[in-house]
Design a protein around this ligand. Structure first.
Ligand code: ZN
Length: 314
């Protein structure tokens, strides 16, 4: 009897040890391990390329992840990263896919401008650069995107990040396909503008037009249009930046491939000195994230009123 119990005990210990070992191996290979470690550092973003005259322009004042939100998701494909929303929250089933526009190195390989399109465009570029600060657009976009991620998680949304580092290679078509794969309730693409006229300033949002030639994209015109409008309103109200207005464009690869409601947020003009300097501040980036989140809240309130109006009509 005693020997059998002891044997059983050892067997249990052996199984427990094996499970522990397997878990450790699984964690280290799926990226979750790396993610857990990386949360301990307050600023995982490489700022070495953001310099004026040899000095770093940005203080390390980025908001530290609060840790109040429990992470229950897992890394996918090593590129997009999924955060599950707060349990029991009303936003848990709303998936926001965030695309921090561009990346450190562009790719001049070509891809179709939309499903079945003959027109080809470069897969992805590195974006523009601050005329005064020299800040890189891809890095600015990521900084705001990370703050938006944390803000949305705080509000209970589920969030998918298309990238969390600058050194990636994901084309605009592939980014849209990630949003499609998750059936995103909103696909938010974060950018900063640049123009030959240095006086041009302020924020704008972009959606497809009602006559977008790609049916799956055109189908979401009413939602994208409303999303673009509400995000711009809240973004400008929160940041205080001038309002350029909503643009409708059908030549953006990442929009044309999107089968979900989407908008591009052009936060300001890097070609304009005051916009550039403003966007280089931690204050602006935090307000930008809150503004976009407010726009998303407003969008889902609108969506609910649409749904109840429809059900009342039937
Ligand atoms: Zn851009």
């Amino acid at each position: 009897m005693g020997t059998a119990t002891a044997k059983k005990k050892y067997l249990h210990r052996g199984v427990a040890l094996l499970v522990l070992l397997c878990t450790a191996v699984a964690l280290s290979s799926c990226g979750l391990w790396e993610w857990m470690w990386s949360r301990d550092t307050s600023n995982p973003i490489d700022t070495s390329d953001l310099v004026i005259g040899g000095d770093q322009i940005l203080e390390e004042t980025d908001v530290v992840y609060e840790g109040a939100v429990e992470y229950t998701g897992e890394a996918h494909n090593g590129t997009d990263i999924y955060y599950v929303g707060k349990e029991g929250g009303s936003n848990r089933n709303r998936i926001i896919v965030i695309d921090p526009g561009h990346q450190m190195k562009g790719s001049s390989d070509m891809e179709p401008n939309g499903p079945g399109a003959e027109e080809m465009k470069a897969e992805v570029t590195w974006g523009s650069k601050g005329v005064y600060t020299g800040q890189a657009e891809y890095d600015l976009n990521l900084r705001v995107a990370l703050l938006l991620r944390d803000e949305l998680i705080r509000r209970g949304y589920s969030v998918v990040m298309i990238r969390e580092t600058n050194n990636v290679d994901i084309s605009n078509m592939e980014r849209a396909e990630i949003a499609n794969r998750y059936k995103a309730d909103a696909y938010i693409r974060i950018h900063a503008n640049s123009w030959t006229d240095a006086a041009m300033s302020g924020a704008m949002t972009i959606s497809q037009s009602s006559s977008n030639p790609y049916p799956d994209c055109a189908a979401h015109y009413p939602q994208s249009s409303r999303l673009a409008y509400l995000v711009l309103e809240e973004f400008c109200a929160q940041t205080g930046i001038a309002k350029q207005g909503v643009r409708e464009m059908d030549n953006m690869t990442g929009t044309n491939w999107s089968e979900v409601p989407t908008t591009i947020v052009e936060m300001g003009f890097l070609s304009n000195t005051s916009d550039d300097r403003l966007m280089a501040t931690a204050y602006f980036r935090q307000e930008a994230a809150i503004g976009i989140a407010n726009g998303l809240d407003a969008y889902f309130i609108w969506l609910e009123t649409q749904a109840s109006a429809n059900s009342a009509g039937t």
